[in-house]
Design a protein around this ligand. Structure first.
Ligand SMILES: *Cc1c(COP(=O)(O)O)cnc(C)c1O
Length: 352
């Protein structure tokens, strides 16, 4: 399929403060767009980033038939690279299946995504720790009220230069369990990257913030004991010499960073267990002096050390509230591979 490119008349790159990028505040000159109707995706168009008109009856505004992805391009020693891009697009297709959204051809879409990033390559920031965040998303584009799947869809890819998540080293986050709210139940949307999961998380997150915590630590929906994940991160705990993380049972998002960390840690000879574990086990391990450290994993921050966890009026501090050695080692290793400073022995990096 041939790709049509409509270039922006003038670049907006001069308006970007590359020293203070933040996260998700600036958008590159171009976006990719394609539409699905009558059973097929139309050829994509790369066009200037900008507004597009929709009707108030746009079905996905009413019934949330929407999925998205989030991956990154890095400017490293050997040029611009994407990190495990196929993993993200495979997940896009799995989310699509759960939300009755048509599958995309991953090879073709990756090809076009590369063309988009190449066209806007000036937007891939240069400073250590910065990157170009890539956000593909698909939404039902039919115009109707009524709970049923749309039969037309639109896929867009927008990109955003983003800053280093940590300006000065790591800042361990404080988490609390959400006191009765749940994120996803077995059979629900938990494993799909879909805005509905985030909508459900807004109120618990607001309440956590009011109490001085950055994020919620989700427990399972049924028994309210098993640790699941946090905000937009999977979580891992180091108990004794075991790294413990929740299994992929359909209620948590199968993170690419989660998978990366598991593969890396195992390659270092560390023991990683994907098994159910409860908040009580973590608190007991803390009391017994067995809880070494904990961290979140996600594309945005890579590794996010956890300094404190509050649950039912009790509170535990991890590694003295400081970044643990494994968190640091994982962060250093993954970012070194992403920026081409260490050999890519797993084949995770794709050169543009
Ligand atoms: C995106 C996301 C993650 C992290 O996944 P990565 O692929 O590592 O970025 C974790 N949890 C949720 C709910 C997410 O949406």
């Amino acid at each position: 399929m041939k790709i049509k490119v409509v270039k922006a008349k003038r670049s907006r790159i001069g308006t970007v403060d590359f020293d203070n990028l933040g996260f998700g505040d600036y958008f590159s000159d171009h976006m990719l767009s394609m539409e699905y109707a009558k059973g097929t995706w139309s050829p994509p168009v790369i066009m200037p980033y900008g507004k597009f008109p929709v009707y108030p009856s746009l079905c996905s505004l009413h019934y949330a038939q929407i999925i998205f992805e989030g991956m990154k391009a890095f400017r490293g020693a050997g040029g611009i690279v994407l990190f495990r891009p196929r993993k993200y697009l495979e997940r896009l297709n799995r989310s699509a299946a759960r939300l009755c959204i048509p599958q995309v051809d991953i090879d073709e879409l990756l090809d076009w995504l590369v063309q988009l990033v190449k066209l806007d390559q000036k937007w891939v920031p240069k400073k250590e720790g910065t990157s170009l965040y890539i956000r593909p998303f698909i939404f039902g584009s039919g115009n109707f009220l009524g709970v049923r799947s749309s039969d037309t869809f639109r896929l867009l890819i927008i990109t955003s230069p983003v800053g280093a998540f940590y300006k000065v080293g790591f800042n361990p986050v404080k988490l609390c369990t959400p006191g009765g709210y749940i994120r996803a139940a077995v059979g629900g949307l938990g494993a799909a990257k879909t805005p509905a999961n985030y909508a459900a998380s807004l109120l618990p997150a607001e309440e956590a913030k009011k109490k001085g915590f950055q994020q919620v630590l989700w427990l399972d929906a049924k028994e309210n004991r098993y640790i699941e994940e946090s905000g937009a991160m999977n979580v891992m705990f180091v108990i004794g010499d075991e790294i413990v993380t929740a299994p992929l049972g359909g209620t948590i998002l199968p993170g690419v960073t989660r998978e990366t960390v598991i593969e890396l840690a195992r390659s270092w000879g560390l023991k990683v267990s994907e098994r159910p574990y409860t908040i009580d086990e973590v608190i007991a391990a803390s009391k017994a002096g067995m809880l070494k450290e904990a961290f979140g994993t996600g594309t945005a921050a890579v590794i996010s050390p956890i300094g404190e966890i509050a649950h039912n009026g009790a509170s535990i501090t991890l590694n003295g509230g400081k970044t643990g050695p494994l968190s640091q080692r994982l962060f250093d290793e993954i970012t070194a591979i992403q920026y081409g400073k260490k050999p890519d022995r797993f084949g995770w990096v794709m050169k543009l």
